[in-house]
Write a protein that binds this ligand. Structure first.
Ligand code: NAD
Ligand code: 572
Ligand code: ZN
Length: 348
């Protein structure tokens, strides 16, 4: 069996190389990879070689949004069989620490996460993973949808942590894949109105086509103008704001627009330090919450897709083969389309 992997060697240096086919260990499965989505973090490691304290020091296989077919089961695997199609949850925690035991395993200090240095990712033909972090797909859910369960889980976690529920009015800032998925999950959780912003008209057009009630380009508007427009359209401001770009201007707008007593959830990652109106948030009891990836969200994400309550298919705008990985990354870097998908085999 040949195993070609997309290995990041350094800035702007991805090489397609032969890699060993690992034998699945106890409770692991060997997966024939089918679809791997490119995430902004993959592109960032490729162009900058690091995100915060996570530095690519050794060659690292990219990719963490993935689905594939079980090719072999290691000893002890009970939940899966050869031939099962699975979505792969890329973060595997220690399972025994206080965070893991309380269910917040995304906060585990020893979590290993695909394509976060120094851990290899899944952009290759064959990849081994613990079987309990693989989710069997119903027949009608595709392997591309499986790959999209990863960013969808980020959105599920954000909407749960911010308390989106029936009748809510939600503001989403940023209409990239994460903002669009948050908008769709907010609607699926019962939000009655979703207002979304971006600086790209094409992304806002996509947001409208996916169900945004208001989609507004913040470019050429002052902060005050935008607050007025949001407050007017949302009957006094959104109950919940989900910030999905990280720009200082966007975090500020989010805080200042949110209705008193509401919540702003920070998903986007911008500069380490930003100037925000903290007293305004405090005096109006606007809760500021962060999220770090997700925990216990894959089953919910799969259920949303399998029941048709969230349709992730329109997000895939470009497809490339594994041999075209560099072209795929260049397309992602240029900001073309929404989600770029790499096909690792004919299985997809
Ligand atoms: P993206 O870059 O594709 O999307 C961001 C969007 O924000 C773009 O469409 C951009 O045009 C828009 N934008 C830029 N400035 C803006 C502004 N001032 N107001 C409104 N929109 C603006 O990225 P993505 O893949 O959608 O991810 C979004 C963010 O979420 C990233 O910062 C990413 O690192 C972060 N993220 C965080 C977590 C987490 O666990 N906290 C998980 C996944 C992604
Ligand atoms: O799908 C997981 C994911 N997480 C992202 C970004 C993109 N995709 N996060 C933003 C960066 N942080 S981090 O802590 N990091 C590099 C580990 O700065 C993780 C969450
Ligand atoms: Zn990601």
């Amino acid at each position: 069996m040949e195993n070609i992997a997309a290995v990041l060697y350094g800035n702007n240096d991805i090489r397609l190389e032969k890699y060993e086919v690992e034998e699945p260990k106890e409770n692991e499965v060997l997966i024939q990879m089918a679809s791997v989505g490119i995430c902004g973090s993959d592109v960032h490691y490729w162009t900058k070689g690091k995100i915060g304290d996570f530095i690519v020091k050794e060659p690292m296989i990219l990719g963490h949004e993935s689905g594939g077919i079980v090719a072999r089961c290691g000893p002890g695997v009970k939940n899966l069989q050869v031939g099962d199609r699975v979505a792969i949850e890329p973060g595997v925690p220690c399972r025994v620490c206080e965070y893991c035991k309380s269910g917040r395993y995304n906060l585990c200090l020893d979590i290993i996460f695909c394509a976060t240095p120094p851990i290899h990712g899944s952009l290759r033909n064959y990849y081994t993973h613990p079987s309990d972090f693989c989710y069997k797909l119903p027949e009608h859910v595709s392997l591309e949808e499986a790959a999209l369960l990863e960013p969808l889980s980020v959105a599920v976690h954000a909407c749960r942590r911010s308390g989106v529920t029936a009748g809510c009015c939600v503001l989403v800032l940023g209409a990239g894949p994460i903002g669009l998925l948050n908008m769709m999950v907010a609607k699926a959780f019962g939000a009655t109105k979703v207002f979304i912003t971006d600086i790209s008209d094409s992304r806002l057009d996509t947001a409208r086509s996916l169900g945004a009630d208001y989609a507004v380009n913040i470019k050429n508007h002052t902060e005050l103008e935008m607050i007025k427009e949001i407050v007017q359209a949302t009957n006094g401001g959104p109950n919940i704001t989900i910030e999905c770009c990280g720009a200082e201007a966007s975090v500020r707008l989010g805080i200042l627009s949110t209705k008193s007593g509401g919540v702003i959830c920070l998903v986007g990652c911008g500069p380490d330090e930003v100037k925000i109106p903290i007293i305004n948030a405090s005096a109006r009891e606007v809760d500021i919450r962060g999220i770090f990836r997700y925990a216990n969200c894959y089953p919910i994400a799969l259920d949303l897709v399998a029941t048709g309550r969230v349709n992730v298919k329109p997000l895939v705008t470009h497809r490339f083969s594994l041999s075209e990985t560099v072209k795929a990354f260049e397309t992602a870097k240029e900001g073309k389309g929404i989600k770029i998908m790499i096909k690792c085999s004919n299985a997809a």
